[in-house]
Design a binder for this molecule. Structure first.
Ligand SMILES: CC(C)(COP(=O)(O)OP(=O)(O)OC[C@H]1O[C@@H](n2cnc3c(N)ncnc32)[C@H](O)[C@@H]1OP(=O)(O)O)[C@@H](O)C(=O)NCCC(=O)NCCS
Length: 410
């Protein structure tokens, strides 16, 4: 049975929101509900209907995302849900196909998403494209840094309520967003979300707090965090810092902010979720083992228009290869492409030449932001190499430093 798919307008928000509430098993409070509604780009919503009933939904945020060597409009797929009464009837699949075709029509060549369960989106051509680490410090007080860690006597720390220093936070973030693939620009709505500080987001750890690193010229970095204060049964302080964000325009401000997070009175644990895999903190710590790390997949990326997407980023090394792409979901990509690229730019055009490599489109998505997944995929037997060394050259050219990381769920 096929179910019709249509965008919704604002008047249908309650039915759209209900599908999200039921799918995710949660209930936003009225303020959250209003915020999500205000964030929704109604012209980019899709709903699948069973008669008059909205049974499945998805939406898109129009992001400006950093990619290797520049920034691109990227479709940030979000709000994917199907009513529990209608699951496993193919509704997600039909929404995904329609959404990819809409993205293409709009002229965006790349889509990205965060996934609730990592096994869902590979079938639609999304590949795991970035990783984040969560650090856990036990007894962090005075965790030593390497002897040559930067310090700048002109820097000082300022404690402030985050909402009172929003302009400073926005300024610092704007100065770092283009430095790392995967980061995306935050408009006022995203900042509203970061600073909303709903009780439901506090996880029992109290209000969002901030500390700024600044000098006479202005702010150079910030940390956003919560503190769960407690004492153990023996009366020993046992507080916990939960770091939400730490951004700095320069290394000295970065080091100072981490010192302030790791060295607070009455704190015996620091939890820093969602950090990049190449976090400079690991180089600053004299004993990096102190940062016990867990990892998780982060962004999943889908090349919607392979030729345009591959031509839109920079490459770490010269490469000239014919890539045969397999793509059942977006058949316009399923052909051979010659990628001629290097640090100065790239061209990618359809050709009929003999392929050097054959890849599923999800493997290209995995490598797109620079995370060097292609050699993993070769070793795992997921991609095929026809010209010896061609895959390694492509993998080297597509890899990028710093490694990709978004740092904030959308
Ligand atoms: C995930 C969800 C959207 C799937 O919707 P659905 O309409 O049941 O999915 P479909 O019937 O179109 O299934 C398509 C395929 O995905 C698979 N699939 C669906 N949900 C899956 C899941 N959670 N994990 C792994 N595979 C899943 C199906 O088995 C099916 O596989 P097939 O193509 O091999 O037959 C739905 O179960 C849901 O709303 N879950 C809760 C909210 C959620 O996690 N949303 C995703 C946010 S990123």
């Amino acid at each position: 049975m096929t179910y019709p798919i249509r965008p919704i307008d604002e008047s249908q928000w309650p039915a759209f929101a209900l599908v999200l509430e039921e799918g995710f098993g949660w209930r936003p409070n009225p303020a959250q509900n209003e915020r999500y509604k205000a964030e929704t780009e109604f012209d980019r919503t899709l709903a699948v209907f069973d008669g008059d009933l909205i049974a499945g939904v998805t939406s898109i945020y129009s992001l400006t995302m950093t990619v290797p060597g520049g920034q691109l409009p990227v479709a940030g797929v979000t709000a994917v849900s199907v009513l529990p009464s209608h699951r496993r009837r193919g509704m997600l699949s039909s929404l995904m196909r329609r959404q990819l075709s809409d993205i293409r029509e709009r002229g965006e060549s790349v889509a990205a998403l965060y996934t609730s369960e990592a096994s869902i989106y590979g079938r639609y051509g999304y590949g795991r494209a970035s990783t984040s680490l969560s650090f856990r410090f036990r007894k962090p007080g005075g965790t030593p840094f390497v002897a040559n860690a930067p310090s700048d006597p002109s820097l000082r720390l300022r404690v402030a309520k985050p909402a009172d220093v929003r302009a400073d936070l926005e300024k610092v973030f704007a100065s770092v967003v283009a430095r790392r693939p995967g980061r995306y620009e935050r408009n006022a709505r995203y900042w509203d979300g970061v600073l909303a500080d709903e009780e439901a987001d506090q996880g029992g750890a109290g209000p969002l707090r901030s500390v700024l690193a600044e000098d006479d010229g202005g702010v150079r970095g910030y940390a956003l965090f919560r503190i769960k204060s407690s004492w153990d049964a023996d009366g020993i302080p046992d507080g916990e810092v939960r770091l939400q964000e730490l951004e700095a325009a320069d290394p000295a401000a970065y080091a100072l902010l981490w010192r302030s997070v790791l060295d607070r009175d009455l704190v015996s644990r620091v939890e820093a979720g969602a950090r990049p895999v190449d976090d400079p903190l690991l180089a600053l710590l004299a004993d990096p083992r102190q940062a016990r790390a867990g990892w998780t997949d982060e962004l999943w990326v889908r090349l919607v228009e392979v030729g345009a997407a591959l031509a839109a980023r920079s490459y770490s090394a010269p490469v000239d290869a014919v890539i045969e792409v397999e793509d059942d979901v977006c058949p316009w990509n399923a052909r051979r492409w010659r990628l001629t690229a290097g640090p100065a730019g790239a061209e990618c055009a359809p050709v009929d030449d003999r392929p050097d490599v054959t890849l599923p489109v999800a493997s290209l998505g995995s490598a797109y932001l620079g995370d060097g997944m292609l050699t993993e995929h070769l070793a795992a037997g997921l991609v095929r190499e026809h010209s010896p060394g061609a895959l390694r050259s492509l993998a080297t050219a597509m890899s990028w430093s710093p490694r990709p990381w978004a740092g904030l769920t959308f």
